[in-house]
Ligand binder design. Structure first.
Ligand code: GLN
Length: 244
């Protein structure tokens, strides 16, 4: 069994250790005897996205988003085909924003998103930038659990049909609406850097299962020893006073 990951714009969209997400997916696959191939793709490079089980796009500042959006839009049909072929998607922050209708930055410059989903993002004023640790509650694979991360975005994302999580501490999609990210059966899009997966192994396994589903159907993953990861998350939840 193997899993093929395509890390898009690895050289431009990699804020706050988003790269760690690919490392955790590789580690958790290989521990279970599943070979994990992480391929990269940047501006102008030819890759057929349908060949991959997971499309991963990290976060980037406004400058990087402006650099990549033309290239990303050129790949729209190919991304749609990959989506139709049941590829899983993990999108962080700037990557999340670019799958919606548009992103309007603080200077009023609008860049088009892929428009796959109805949400859109407009930058807040400087007093309402969403920065800091974040804790959320989400449900994946019929299990409800708490997750932690770090966010830093001016973008306020609205009109999200199905949020990924409920905010327990921090901001999420907007400064104060209490929702975080977007999720459907194939796509998990979130503002949580940190990076997301090393801090939240349950999310990592849910992503692995989504990616494996494309070629292998439902796969049961053997449990791993997450004692240290769980302890680190508990400490953060206590520090944020989400837990006593
Ligand atoms: N530039 C976007 C914003 O500030 C995304 C930032 C990010 O990816 N952390 O909203």
């Amino acid at each position: 069994m193997d899993i093929k990951i395509l890390w898009m714009y690895h050289d431009l969209m990699d804020l706050y250790g988003d790269k760690g997400n690919t490392e955790v997916l590789r580690y958790r696959s290989e521990k279970r005897g599943i070979q994990c191939i992480v391929d990269t793709c940047t501006i102008g490079e030819e890759k057929d996205i349908r060949d991959y089980d997971l499309f991963f796009l990290g976060g980037g500042a406004d400058r990087e988003q402006q650099l990549i959006f033309d290239d990303l839009l050129k790949r729209k049909d190919n991304i749609r085909e990959a989506m139709d072929a049941k590829t899983a998607f993990l999108l962080i922050c700037g990557g999340y924003q670019l799958f919606g209708k548009y992103y309007k930055d603080q200077d009023g410059t609008v860049i088009d998103g892929l428009g796959f989903f109805d949400y859109y993002t407009e930058s807040s004023d400087r007093d309402h930038r969403c920065i800091g640790n974040i804790a959320v509650e989400t449900t994946m694979d019929n299990e409800t659990f708490q997750a932690v991360g770090f966010e830093n975005h001016g973008g306020q994302t609205r009109n999200v049909a199905s949020p990924f999580a409920r905010v327990l501490y921090g901001h999420g999609n907007t400064y104060s609406d209490g929702t975080e990210g977007f999720m459907n059966d194939q796509v998990l899009a979130t503002y949580m850097h940190g990076p997301l997966l090393p801090k939240n192994p349950r999310i990592a396994d849910a992503i692995l299962k989504r990616a494996l589903r494309k070629r292998y159907g439902e796969v049961a993953l053997a449990p791993l020893d997450d004692t240290l990861e769980d302890k680190a998350r508990e400490i953060m939840l206590k520090r944020l006073k989400v837990k006593k």
